[in-house]
Design a protein around this ligand. Structure first.
Ligand code: WAQ
Ligand code: MG
Length: 285
């Protein structure tokens, strides 16, 4: 089926309330797919249905963009998935700092990033539409527009991998679209050159977040956010001196995540770090 010669389409949806995003509308939901031509109409319909179902509210603006990809996308293997046994925000946030430090982020910078997401990373403690970009050594912000952040686009599970991908995650109780979409995004961000990523949702009812890094994989942090808090966000950490324009270009370059992710049983932070070879900076792979 989805052979390498078959044309693929990027199908993207964004929805807002109070007008389009660029005229001050409030972001309500967004999602995207990469699918072969025969799947475009169904994918667009599913995304419109999702927009109308309302994420953070009922939208009055919905945009769907269909774009044929000029070349076959790059294929990237998924990060392996681990869930830590964290019980409350204090423990989970401490684990986040340890994981980021193990990935090579300076500990004070990691702690600052946790504080940033806790306060709401946008101006006035609001959410950003995209991610903050931080220098891993100094904590200096590098995204061009700190109110908006940088966006990851044009990424999905490879068409021929979807079945095995879904089955693998469901077997571990991770069948929610949210987990799959976050894993896909984190895989792309790591591939694009981030040293590490920190994330938790702005959805008040969703309290699991993650730290991801090439050498750590995708490490889930239950209870990183207290129930009922409507702020969250993402921070991408770059190595000092990293080529920012190249990184931003790769965030928008079409990528298919191919293969089913390896999933490991839940572990404590200590056991996880020991398995990684202590707190040594993670080598790729
Ligand atoms: N590119 C960059 N940043 C984004 C993007 C994107 N495509 N989408 C969302 N963000 C940023 C934005 O600041 C949001 O406010 C923030 O991330 C959170 O987005 O394993 O649901 O979609 O159990 O609310 C992670 C854990 C869930 C899943 C993350 O994020 C699991 C989540 P949300
Ligand atoms: Mg959200």
């Amino acid at each position: 089926m989805a052979g390498s010669g078959e044309p693929l389409f990027s199908v993207r949806m964004r929805a807002a309330r109070g007008g389009p995003h660029e005229r001050g509308g409030e972001h309500v939901s967004g999602a995207e797919r990469i699918v072969p031509a025969p799947g475009v109409a169904a994918a667009a319909r599913a995304l419109v249905r999702r927009a109308l179902a309302g994420g953070l509210g009922e939208p009055d603006f919905i945009q769907v963009t269909l774009e044929r990809l000029a070349a076959p996308p790059r294929r990237v293997a998924p990060l392996p998935v681990t869930t830590l046994t964290t019980h409350d925000p204090e423990e989970a946030r401490r684990a986040a700092v340890s994981l980021l430090a193990a990935a090579g982020v300076a500990a004070p910078v990691a702690a600052g990033a946790v504080a940033l997401l806790a306060a709401g990373p946008g101006p006035g403690g609001r959410n950003m539409r995209g991610a903050a970009v931080m220098d891993a050594a100094t904590g200096a912000r590098r995204e061009p527009d700190p109110a908006r952040g940088v966006r990851v686009t044009r990424v999905d599970v490879a068409p021929e991998a979807r079945r095995a991908w879904g089955a693998r995650l469901r077997r571990w109780g991770l069948g929610a679209a949210r987990v799959s979409e976050a894993l896909v995004l984190a895989t792309k961000v790591a591939w694009a050159g981030a040293l590490a990523e920190l994330c938790w949702s702005d959805d008040p009812d969703y309290t699991t977040g993650y730290v991801a890094a090439p050498g750590l994989g995708y490490v889930r942090l239950p209870h990183v956010k207290p129930q009922g808090v409507p702020v969250g966000g993402r921070v991408f950490f770059l190595p000092p001196g990293a080529d920012l324009p190249g990184f931003l270009r790769r965030l928008e370059e079409p990528v298919l995540v191919a293969g089913a992710p390896q999933v490991r049983p839940p572990v404590t932070l200590a056991a996880f770090l020991e398995g990684m070879g202590g707190a040594a900076p993670a080598a790729a792979g």
